[in-house]
Design a protein around this ligand. Structure first.
Ligand code: GAR
Length: 210
């Protein structure tokens, strides 16, 4: 069994997609949130998954918070840490500790549009194609070796909300697919590059819905 720890900050719909995928060989060791009121925590607890709320506001510094978080995670000896809408910048020390076994999803076609308000920025810039990216986590925010991407059209009448919803649907496809590949040992990071031991399902590499 590969042990997985999922970090969230809010709704947790990507976490739900991964849990609901019931990936063979994967065990969710815990869902941790830096916001005690995150809706995703209640969802996980209702399903009997161990949940931990670690309120970042209770800590004097980012370093202190990340040190306690890392200790809690390491206590569970996870094979994989999944950032699923975890909206806190991680310290370099934290990232280094979990290098090669931490994935993130971001709602843009990275390296374009890291950070916040990706959908509005994409609309404002007149993009015709938007999307989402699963990547290994490095010290740089929303950056790192790319595992999977999905593209969606940007429609003329899109708002931030409609585009976000279209992208989110694809997030829920590619993130479980990437996690499944990692759990199967088909995906790893070597010399800073994504290696696929076996070819990833085409759907996980690039999805362009018709
Ligand atoms: C998702 O769209 C995810 O890609 C994004 O936050 C949302 C969380 O939704 N993450 C980032 O912007 C990371 N930089 P969820 O809580 O329903 O999964």
């Amino acid at each position: 069994m590969k042990k997985i720890v999922i970090l969230i900050s809010g709704r947790g719909s990507n976490m739900q997609a991964i849990v609901d995928a019931k990936i063979p060989g994967a065990e969710i060791a815990a869902v941790i949130s830096n916001r005690p009121d995150a809706a995703g925590l209640a969802w996980a607890a209702e399903r009997g998954i161990k949940t931990i709320a670690l309120d970042h506001k209770q800590f004097a510094s980012r370093d202190e918070f990340d040190a306690v978080l890392a200790k809690k995670i390491e206590g569970m000896q996870p094979d994989l840490i999944i950032l699923a809408g975890y909206m806190r910048i991680l310290t370099d020390v934290f990232v280094a500790r979990f290098e090669g076994r931490m994935l993130n999803i971001h709602p843009s076609l990275l390296p374009s549009y890291p950070g916040l308000h990706t959908h509005q920025r994409a609309i404002d810039d007149g993009l015709k194609i938007a999307g989402c990216t699963v990547h290994f986590v490095t010290a740089q925010l929303d950056h790192g070796p790319i595992v999977a991407q999905a593209a969606v059209p940007v429609l003329d009448d899109d708002t931030e909300a409609t585009l976000a919803a279209r992208v989110l649907k694809q997030e829920h496809q590619i993130y479980p697919a990437a996690v499944r590949a990692f759990v199967n040992g088909e995906l790893l990071l070597a010399d800073g590059k994504v290696k696929r031991v076996l070819p990833l399902d085409g759907a996980a590499c690039l999805r362009v819905p018709g």
